[in-house]
Every structure is written in structure tokens, then in C-alpha cells.
Design a protein around this ligand. Sequence first.
Ligand SMILES: [Ca+2]
Ligand SMILES: [Ca+2]
Length: 268
Amino acid sequence: MKKTILSIFAVAVTIVSSQAQVMVFQETFDDLPNNTALTISNTDLTYVRIGTGGGTINATSPGFFGTGASASITQAMSNASLNGIGVQSTLQPSNIYTMAFNFRPLDLTGDFVIGVGAGTSFTGNSVFTTAHGLFWIQSDSGNLERRIDSGWSDIGGGTTLTLNSNNLLHIIANGSDASASYTGGSVGAGRMDIYLNGTLLDDDVAVTTSGLNATGFRMYNVNKGDTAVDNITLWSGAAPIPEPSSGALLVLGGMALVAVRSLRKKNS
Ligand SMILES: [Ca+2]
Ligand SMILES: [Ca+2]
């Protein structure tokens, strides 16, 4: 009898973990013509904002990541309010969220900020509210940092991004009160795993706000933290980093692109 109960329990656990991750958002920008301004109509975004300082949030085609277009968020000047994109309050509420996206620093003068969270302050245009982010991460002039209470802490003990380099950030944030597992790892209650280009930089570090049911995301730059982004994907639940084979293909694709570009330069 005991054995039967245990088997049933094992099946139940399997079902729960297999349902744990649900892709709730993906935007590849692929079909947008070069220099098209991103809007909430021609993308799945619900928030596209250019602040008082001007600048552009445009498609770049061919993009920086694969064959389709990518998006570039740029500012005309520093000391201006934010330029950014996101989805407000419409994603499936969950206190465990995974976010993955490609990004490429185009200007390391300022900051590029990424958050997954909830609430009107979270998606407001002024200073963000720490309490409304399940997590906040930023590139502070190229130094990767995560938000802790009222300050920032270095990711991976200090990680410097290179100008015009292609990167893949993958964050698994668990704001629930129980540990969560995914293929290749696990993340404790109130903790997150942060991968850059497939390497685990921070293992089980504190999320910004535990217990928060996230319903949106945003990414923006201030003070000219100009950045190209692509393949923005969010899952409710803990989603594993892609298989090494597809990751390797991505890197190989990037290298091929660089090779073609340098070849073009030589030939021109
Ligand atoms: Ca794309
Ligand atoms: Ca972990």
C-alpha cells in the first residue's frame, strides 16, 4: 500500500515539474523592415517609450542575432528620461519567472536596466520601485549588477561586458517559498540563477523581491546605455537554458556573421 502511494506521489511530482514552465511571451522582431519604429501594434510589446531626450527604438535588419531583424534602443543624449520597451501587467501571474534574451551593448556610457515584476510603479516612466520587481538586473556602464533592496551587487563577482559583443542572458528567478528545479539545475526559495552565454555566473543569489507575482517585464536605457536586443522570451516557472547544441549553433552563427562582415570590409 505504502509503495502504491509513493508511486502515485512520484507520478504527481513528475506532472507538476513537467507543467512547471510555460512560455508566456516571445518577441523576435524578425519580420520588421530595417529602421522601422517599434510600436505596440507591430510587435507583441504593450509598452514602447521614448523619453524627453529623444532617440529611437527601431528594428535593425539584418539584425545582430541570426537572420531576422533585432531591436535597437538608443538615446540621443544622456541625462534624459528613459527609453524602453516591455509588457505591462498582462502576463500570467507567477512568483517563479524565467527570462532569456540576446543583447549587444552599442554604447557603454550609461545603464541598461532589465526587470520582471508587477504593478503601476513597475511600469511607470520615472524612477523604478525596487519592491515591484521580482528581479532587477542592469549593465552599469558594462558592469553586470543585480538589485538587492536599495542597492546593486556585482553579478559573478564583477562581469564586464564588451562593446558591440553579442550576449545571451538567462535568468531563472524563484520568488516562491519552495525550491524549484529545471533541467540542469535548481533554484532555492527566494533565489535566482543568472547565466551569461550559457555560463552560470550567479548561483542561488537573492531575488530582488520575494513573494511577488510578476505580470510583466521591461528593459530600458538611461544616460545612453544604448543596446540591441532580440529573442526576448519569458516563461512562468523555471525554464532550463537551451541545449548546448543550439547554443553552440548560435555562437557559430555569430562567428560566421563576423567572418562575413570582416570579409565584406576587406572587399570594400
Ligand atoms: Ca530577431
Ligand atoms: Ca541554482
